[in-house]
Structure formats: structure tokens, C-alpha cells
Write a protein that binds this ligand. Structure first.
Ligand code: PLP
Length: 394
């Protein structure tokens, strides 16, 4: 499989090696399917990590991008453009209205914007952001500092100041951490990179309550869970809470790089002209993809698709004898394998057999197919998983 990884560059790796050696070179995708440079077909049950939620080369999104590329790609933020404006209104409506949006290019950048907003909101001396151990918020320095994985900090010390980490889903720990120095609590509704671990109902409700009581912002990182993935438009909706700031990216443009934050108006208004920005914020070409993605997701009722397909996939995978449990929500699932089974080995076996997944921990696979995945594709994928697990000694 690796022979063609850098076929266009004479097998010389032209990339700075932050990602490890790639296993396949993909050339083309359609819906749930991918084809590599040898023409071999795969089912994509990872979706670029919850990015291509409407499937590869979705015709509606593709047409929107093509049309926008031929109309207007970009103007400076000295000016408005109708695409970004309409997209911001759509995002605000998805979140219940009464808020404002800032667009950027990625999840990490969206977290940076949220962290800066929290600092401006809290003011000097009240700038700490509390996040959870096991969380993931991105790779830029402040987003990395918020990420609750000390091993990822180590090579890059000193980290930016003003971050505190607490045990995830531990109410007492959160209670103790939110003192007078804290500007915001930053949480994922399901820890994605941390192993597909959903927060409990009590925890999220408690986070909302103390944030409200102590004048602290509740910021929810929906980069992986947003846009229908968990069976609601945003993961926080499962908990009946009302965040002050929502952070988004990944599926927002179905593969077009775009992220953003939404904030309640009274919070957003602490940002003044010059406080933050980005050349590509609200650029027409990226927001055209987001607008098309949101409208198509609305037309299909994508969150409902995630719920229904997620229930089917869960029940089929759960029934496999080598599966201990299936956790997560909607179509963001963590499959815990029986003791002694190496998830990484299974992932490689699945890839060989034409199924793209990811070992999210040493013992669990992450499944995140497109929300448009068909029942036939789900049954085919579960067949591939069953065969790989049956071949393993455990
Ligand atoms: C992927 C992810 C990010 C980082 O997004 P990038 O676009 O890779 O910068 C941040 N938060 C969560 C929850 C993520 O899953």
C-alpha cells in the first residue's frame, strides 16, 4: 500500500513529517466511497475525522463552490459579501438566534478566537480558561495549552499561561477549579480525540450552573460534534444547556477549510474593531461551501440521519463477540475491543480490506461515517469489521 504513497514525487517525502507515514494515497471520492491511486475502492467510516459529513464530492456543495469560484472568491474584511452574511445568519439561526459569528479557517483558530474573547470578557486578572484532561482543542499554542494532554505540551514548553485542567466529568474538580481567576470553562460534549467519551448529563448541567452563578463563560467546543454528527445540530443540545460561546469547524464546509465561533451578543460585543481578525474570515469561497452544507443538511434533516444510522451501526457492531461496548452519540462512535486486541492492528487490517477507520485509543476504534451513509454501506462495513475481528486471536 505504501508503494504509491509518494508516487508523484519519486517516493521522496516532500512533507515535514508531523503526520507519520501515510498508508494510502487517495485520489477520488464519492459519497461514502474512496478510491486510491491503484483504483482500489474503500468505504470511508472516518470522513476526514468527521469532516465530509455529506459524503465526498457532494454534488450540492461542489456546485456551490464552483459557482462561487466563478463569481467572487474573496474580498477584504473592509467590505461585506452576501455569502458570508447569509452564512452567519444561518449559523446564528441553527444556534437559536440572538448571537453573532466570527469565521476563521480551522478548529484551532476557532478556539484561539474563543480564548481571546474569554480573556477580553474576563479582563486582567480574570483570564484563566478551565478545560478537561483528555480534551483536544487544536495544535496552535493557545489551543494546545487548552488541550488537556500534558504529553503534547512537553516538547513545546513553556506553554502560554492562563490554562487549568480538571478531570473530565468530575463535578467536584470543576467546582474547585472555577475560582475568581477564571474567565471561561471550555468543554467538548463528547471528547473526540480523547477516545469518544461523552460528558454526563449532570456534569454539563453543573458546568452551566456554576458558569452562570460565577459570571464565567461556558464555551463548548463543537469542532468534532457539531453539524449533526451526534444526532442534534450541536452536541450540547443533548444536555439542554445554553452555552455562551460555541466553537465549530470540521464538517462546517464538508471539506472546505472553514471554522468559526458563535457567541451570545452580549459576550460577542466585548470584541471591538482591531481585537481580532483573519484575512480569510468570511471569505466568499469558504462560506459558499458552509452555506451549501448547512442548507443541504437542513433539507436532509442530517441530525435525524445521524441518529437513525447511528442506532443501526451501534446495534450491529455491539453484536460482534469481540466488541466490549460501543460508546458515543449519533454517528460519532467509539468501539471498545475485547482485551488483548490491538485497535491499531485492526485499523490496518480494515484498511487493507477496504474500510477506513481510526484507532482512537490503543483499544478502541472510532467510527464516523458520513451522515448520508446507507444501510447497505453500514452492513458492508460491519461485515469487514466482523471478518477482521474474527481473524484475531484474543
Ligand atoms: C479537530 C478538533 C480541533 C482542531 O481542529 P483543527 O481544524 O484541526 O485545527 C479542535 N477541537 C476539537 C474538539 C477537535 O475535534
Amino acid at each position: 500500500m505504501t508503494s504509491h504513497a509518494f508516487a508523484t514525487s519519486g517516493n521522496y517525502c516532500p512533507f515535514i513529517p508531523v503526520f507519520g507515514p501515510p498508508q494510502v494515497m487517495f485520489e477520488r471520492g464519492s459519497g461514502t466511497e474512496l478510491w486510491d491511486v491503484d483504483g482500489k475502492r474503500y468505504l470511508d467510516f472516518l470522513c476526514g475525522i468527521a469532516v465530509t459529513s455529506l459524503g465526498h464530492s457532494n454534488s450540492v456543495v461542489t456546485a456551490a463552490i464552483a459557482e462561487q469560484a466563478a463569481t467572487l472568491m474573496h474580498v477584504s474584511n473592509f467590505f461585506a459579501n452576501p455569502v458570508a452574511t447569509e452564512t452567519a445568519v444561518l449559523v446564528d439561526q441553527l444556534l437559536g438566534g440572538g448571537g453573532q459569528v466570527f469565521f476563521c479557517n480551522s478548529g484551532a483558530e476557532a478556539n484561539e478566537a474563543a480564548i481571546k474573547l474569554a480573556r477580553k470578557f474576563g479582563g486582567r486578572g480574570r483570564h484563566t480558561v478551565v478545560s478537561a484532561l483528555g480534551s483536544f482543542h487544536g495544535r496552535t499554542l493557545a489551543a494546545l495549552a487548552a488541550t488537556g494532554q500534558p504529553a503534547k505540551h512537553e516538547p513545546f514548553q513553556p506553554m502560554p499561561q492562563g490554562f487549568k485542567h480538571v478531570v473530565f466529568d468530575d463535578i467536584a474538580a470543576l467546582d474547585a477549579a472555577v475560582d475568581a481567576s477564571v474567565a471561561a470553562v471550555l468543554l467538548e460534549p463528547v471528547q473526540g480525540e480523547g477516545g469518544v467519551i461523552p460528558a454526563s448529563q449532570e456534569y454539563m448541567k453543573f458546568a452551566e450552573k456554576i458558569c452562570h452563578e460565577r459570571g464565567v463563560l461556558l464555551m463548548i467546543d463543537e469542532v468534532q460534534t457539531g453539524y449533526g454528527r451526534t444526532g442534534t445540530w450541536f452536541g450540547f443540545e443533548h444536555y439542554g444547556i445554553s452555552p455562551d460561546v460555541v466553537i465549530m469547524a470540521k464538517a462546517m464546509g464538508n471539506g472546505m477549510p472553514i471554522g468559526g465561533i458563535w457567541a451570545k451578543k452580549e459576550v460577542a460585543s466585548v470584541f471591538k474593531p482591531g481585537d481580532h481578525g483573519s484575512t480569510f474570515s468570511g471569505t466568499a469561497i469558504a462560506t459558499s461551501a458552509a452555506r451549501a452544507t448547512i442548507k443541504e443538511m437542513q433539507r436532509l434533516n442530517a441530525p435525524q440521519m445521524a441518529l437513525e444510522k447511528g442506532a443501526l451501526l451501534t446495534s450491529l457492531v455491539q453484536a460482534l463477540p469481540q466488541v466490549v461496548s460501543v460508546r458515543g452519540r449519533g454517528l460519532l462512535l467509539g468501539v471498545e475491543l475485547a482485551e488483548g486486541i490491538d485497535a491499531k492492528e485492526i485499523q490496518l487490517q480494515l484498511l487493507k480490506n477496504g474500510l477506513v477507520t481510526n484507532a482512537v485509543t490503543g483499544t478502541a476504534l472510532r467510527l464516523a461515517p458520513p451522515l448520508t451513509v446507507t444501510e447497505v454501506e453500514i452492513r458492508e462495513a460491519v461485515g469487514i469489521i466482523a471478518a477482521a475481528l474474527a481473524g484475531v486471536r484474543s
